[in-house]
Design a protein around this ligand. Sequence first.
Ligand SMILES: C[S@@+](CC[C@H](N)C(=O)[O-])C[C@H]1O[C@@H](n2cnc3c(N)ncnc32)[C@H](O)[C@@H]1O
Length: 475
Amino acid sequence: MSEFAPFKALVHQRCGLHLEGLAEARLFRAVASLQASTGLTDTTQLLRKISRDPALFDQFVSQLTVNETYFFREPDALDWLVNTYLPERLTTEQPPLSIFSAGCSSGEEPYSVAMMLSERFGERAKALFTLTGGDLDHQVLAKARQAVYGGMAFRALSPAFKKRYFSPHQGRYKLHESLRQWVTFRPFNLLNANEDSPGGPFDVILFRNVSIYFDQQTRRHIHQQLSQLLAPNGILLCGVTETLGNDLGVFELTEAQGIFYFRHAEHPAIVPATPLQPSLLAMDNMAEESISVAESTNKQIASDSCTDVAPQAPHQHATENEPTDSISHQLHTAHRLLNQNAFDDAATLLEELLKQQPWSIDALVLAGLVARWQQQPQLAYDHFKRAIYVAPECWPAHFYLAELYRQGELTGKPAQCQRSYAAVVRLLTTAPTSNGGLDTITPPLPPGDARFLAERYLDAVNLTLASTSTTQGVG
Ligand SMILES: C[S@@+](CC[C@H](N)C(=O)[O-])C[C@H]1O[C@@H](n2cnc3c(N)ncnc32)[C@H](O)[C@@H]1O
């Protein structure tokens, strides 16, 4: 048995996190970091210490959680919640209605809801709704309470909202005090939702982009915990790709206006809604795709991911032959502008740069990210595809290409989404610390996080596609 197995078992038992496969690398780093900070090199002693010292255990767990989040993530569900579901509920129920973000990370999700509710209900919003965020990770909760954000958090937020709800603060942006104070943040463990109670019962629980870190048995246990926190008429919303994986028999899966959510089985829906057979879910959008997946299973992922790009690109980094300081300086400047959300300035600089160095991987990846945040998904796609053509090992380009599909910015291609995430997993399995062919900038996401997320998303996409194919077989 590996010396790390007892650490895995402890974390799984207390927090549910499944630290197999890729997540092991996180665990190794976290153990090494605790060994350095405590001076305890003997892993048995270290294990005994963290299992008895709650503060140290929290510090350890903070290094194991994946806290990726941003404002207005998967906005369709939030839009439906704020502009359709909650107004309907208010026609029959006394306010305040309570909303809980379970696994809120650094707060972008509940604060996004706060902004949207303010837009819809104005000054009355705070009297109509309570907002709570809960997370296992104490470090992200501290960030959430501060409500000071930089670059990537704003990637999907419109400049108008940013201007309306944030003020510049020491090179970053602080959420306005009235919204910050509206949201209450609490330490919360999904595994012990009742002991570690965040309040409730809640009318709405957001459980988005969290369940991918748990195995199925743990997810079912979490559903049972959440069902105690959900009000009789309440709804539970999961992330877009997680819905099928969460249909575990504890809640009833329901659809309204294209949004899928869960509710207690015995209660009627408040808005017009149709309970669905799980297998029918995937049929709506993905029936055609299962055929192309079946056809493509024997093909090479990398070569699939590298088709449809401009011919005759040199298979080398443009900067390799011309390592001039000015190019590298401009790349760093573009990267900084991107992180400051100065998208127009970054785009102008990168356009110039790409005229000089059309095959610079760094410039192509940055230009793809800028285009994505300027809501130009097709342009983003073109840049990422070019990056992959020049450097098939460019996992950041594969990752963000997959994200364009998963987030619905480019529509209707789960098979391509699947291939791109698979490429990330394959590349980072072979070279776990690879910089993805980037010469100058650091990858926008640590390789360990990218591989971890890609594996989880891949599972979700595979599940959806498998369900589609089963349904087709039956039908
Ligand atoms: C990827 S973030 C999702 C944030 C947000 N819900 C969103 O959709 O953007 C997942 C969060 O779940 C939290 N988490 C993981 N295990 C948890 C547990 N057992 N109890 C509560 N939170 C947990 C992590 O700390 C992390 O902040």
